[in-house]
Write a protein that binds this ligand. Structure first.
Ligand code: 5GP
Length: 206
C-alpha cells in the first residue's frame, strides 16, 4: 500500500509558521495537520481539538506513562506532545501528515531515525522575531524574552533539517513549501510498486 508522507516543520516562535501552513494546507487538501497535546492554557480564539488538545498536567503525564506520545517536550514550563495515533495510522493508510513542533522535538525524531521530510522555517533577520511576538501581544514580557532566547538557539539548528524556507515574502515561502510537498509525493519510499506492471511480460490479449 502507498504510504503517506510525514512532514515535520519547525521554526522559531513568531516566524509565521502558522500563516505559511494555513495557506499550504488550503492548497493541498490531502495534507492533515497533526493536533498536538499541551498543558498550556488556550489563547483567545484557540479551540480544543483544533489548535491543540488542551489538558491538565495529570492527564498529560498519564499519556506519557501509557506510551501514547511519539515525542514530547517541556518548554517554558509547558508540556507539548505528539500523539502517536495522529501520525502513524494516517501515514500507514496513505495520508500525508504535517507536524509542527519545536526544534528539540524534531531533533529527537531525527536522532531516533524517524523517517520524515524535515522543514525549517526561518526569518530573514533575527529582529523580526521580537517584533512579531510583540505585535502578536500574546506573551507577557518575561515569556517574550524566554521565547526570543530559545529562538536564537533554534536558528543555530536550522542546518540539521533537509529544507530551509526563508519567510521574507509569504507567497514565495508558500510556493517553496508547496514545491517540497509536490516533490515528496514522488518519494520512492512512499510509492507502492505493486501497483505497476513492470514485469515485461506480454499480456495474453495482445
Ligand atoms: P505555542 O505555545 O506558541 O503554540 O507553541 C510553542 C512551541 O511548541 C512551538 O515552537 C510549537 O511548534 C511547539 N510545539 C507544538 N506542539 C508540539 C509538539 O507536539 N511537540 C513538540 N516537541 N513541540 C510542539
Amino acid at each position: 500500500m502507498k504510504k503517506g508522507v510525514f512532514f515535520v516543520v519547525s521554526g522559531p516562535s513568531g516566524v509565521g509558521k502558522g500563516t505559511v501552513l494555513k495557506k499550504v494546507m488550503a492548497a493541498n487538501p490531502n495534507l492533515h495537520y497533526s493536533v498536538s497535546a499541551t498543558t498550556r492554557a488556550p489563547r483567545e480564539g484557540e479551540i480544543d481539538g483544533v489548535n491543540y488538545f488542551f489538558m491538565s498536567e495529570d492527564e498529560f503525564d498519564r499519556k506519557v506513562e501509557n506510551g501514547e506520545f511519539l515525542e514530547h517536550v517541556k518548554t517554558y514550563g509547558i508540556s507539548y506532545g505528539t500523539l502517536k495515533k495522529n501520525v502513524e495510522d494516517k501515514v500507514d493508510s496513505g495520508q500525508c501528515v504535517i507536524l509542527e513542533i519545536d526544534v528539540k522535538g524534531a531533533l529527537n525524531l531525527m536522532d531516533r531515525g524517524i523517517r520524515a521530510v524535515y522543514i525549517f522555517i526561518a526569518p530573514e533577520k533575527f529582529s523580526v522575531i521580537r517584533e512579531r511576538l510583540l505585535n502578536r501581544g500574546t506573551e507577557d514580557p518575561e515569556m517574550l524574552e524566554k521565547r526570543v532566547e530559545v529562538a536564537k538557539w533554534e536558528l543555530e539548528q536550522a542546518d540539521k533539517y533537509e529544507y530551509v524556507i526563508i519567510n521574507k515574502d509569504l507567497d514565495k515561502a508558500c510556493c517553496e513549501f508547496d514545491s517540497i510537498v509536490r516533490a515528496s509525493s514522488c518519494l520512492a519510499s512512499c510509492t507502492d510498486f505493486s501497483e505497476f506492471d513492470w514485469s515485461g511480460r506480454k499480456r495474453s490479449a495482445e
